[in-house]
Design a protein around this ligand. Sequence first.
Ligand SMILES: NC(=O)c1ccc[n+]([C@@H]2O[C@H](COP(=O)([O-])OP(=O)(O)OC[C@H]3O[C@@H](n4cnc5c(N)ncnc54)[C@H](OP(=O)(O)O)[C@@H]3O)[C@@H](O)[C@H]2O)c1
Length: 428
Amino acid sequence: LINIGLLGLGTVGSGVYKIMKKNHENIKAKVGTKVEIKKILVRDKKKKRNLDINNKLITEDPAEIINNQEIDLIVELIGGENPAHKYIIEALKNKKSVVTANKLVIAKYGNEILNLAEKNGVQISYEGSVAGGIPIVRPLKESLAANRIKEITGILNGTTNYILTKMTEEKKEFADVLETAQNKGYAESDPSSDIDGLDAAYKICILSSLAFETLIDVKSIYVEGIRNISREDIEIADELGYVIKLIAIGKQGKDGLDIRVHPSFVPKNHPLALVNNVYNAVYIHGDAVGDVMSHGKGAGQMPTGSAVVADIIQAARNINYKNGNNYFVSARQDYKIKNIVEVKNKFYLRIKVNDKPGVMANLAKVLGDNKVSLASVLQKNRLKPVVPLVLVTHPVKEKYLNKSLEELKSLEDVIEISSKIRVEGDNE
Ligand SMILES: NC(=O)c1ccc[n+]([C@@H]2O[C@H](COP(=O)([O-])OP(=O)(O)OC[C@H]3O[C@@H](n4cnc5c(N)ncnc54)[C@H](OP(=O)(O)O)[C@@H]3O)[C@@H](O)[C@H]2O)c1
């Protein structure tokens, strides 16, 4: 018998409870012994729960779980930094294996936690922390272990992907779609972690650490969210053969790691362009396998529950068969994280100018003087005095582009640099 202590019985905790109950026979066969949820920690015992559950299982006292000799495996589904981090550390010190879906804690404290688990001869698993139900952590650690991973590109946040999809399909502005998403429960009442890109940054931090076997400080990741994406940019992207997606990137280059989260123009024929609504996808390039893509539900009660219960099954098997064979991917490599200004990309620019003869020539000169060359130029609404000029550059280091934009702002007929969006997936 393997006893589990569940910390948290919210969205994911309830999903885990349901799956464990429904599939208990199947899980028993896979683990080789019975697996039981012995105790569940919640914040408020009196809260009404839409679950068929024996109230005796529920407690508000963490010690009843973390210090309980009978409990072998702790499943942390509280979320947030504290007390989740503290409970994970205490559990590992008490030689209990831990399963968690907490991206914040793994991204920020992954190395400390992995080392502690290794030292105590127990397992730490976190499949649910990245891309919900999509298997990605274990594939990177195990199924793709033969490869040197060169690149990971992902759509790792369902809320922003839903918003951008609806802005595209319904031709609406960001604020209107955000409100609908909140009403439908696809966006939180405080959506900033999602829409400002931090959630995706935690996830690409975890995936890049695994893929490149290094320690990545989440603070070193360049993060830009989708608040400034306008309907106009989406429409122009469409005309030019692109869609706009919030993309998380981890790339290994000769001069360091390039890790970032930002909205991107993605060519319509790129596999990530077809990932819509709350779906997530991860696209990986390995030196042996080539390109691999996984696609599925990146959040939600049952998809995330699926990943968490899979981790429970594996950890429980290891406990049952006294298998200390836990594969730790430790930070063995030391890389420099590239500053975004050193990264080379194609850029889409939308610039508001006075429609006068010679304006384009002046603009092109400033860009050319700064090593920025243009792949295409599009001028909209030619009949008005002030027009949006759309430019797509060839790949250029961002610092050169930024310098040219500063100079452009001082030109008399440049009214505003309205948008600057990186183009991903068709770099020459
Ligand atoms: N929701 C998703 O789709 C999803 C997807 C992937 C990963 N995750 C991750 O899964 C984790 C759980 O998310 P969730 O959406 O299930 O959260 P949630 O619905 O807010 O549930 C949190 C649970 O933890 C309990 N709790 C909160 N603070 C506590 C404290 N100080 N002491 C004891 N118990 C406490 C709550 O108790 P009460 O029930 O009494 O309030 C609740 O049962 C997070 O790390 C999240 O990032 C979630």
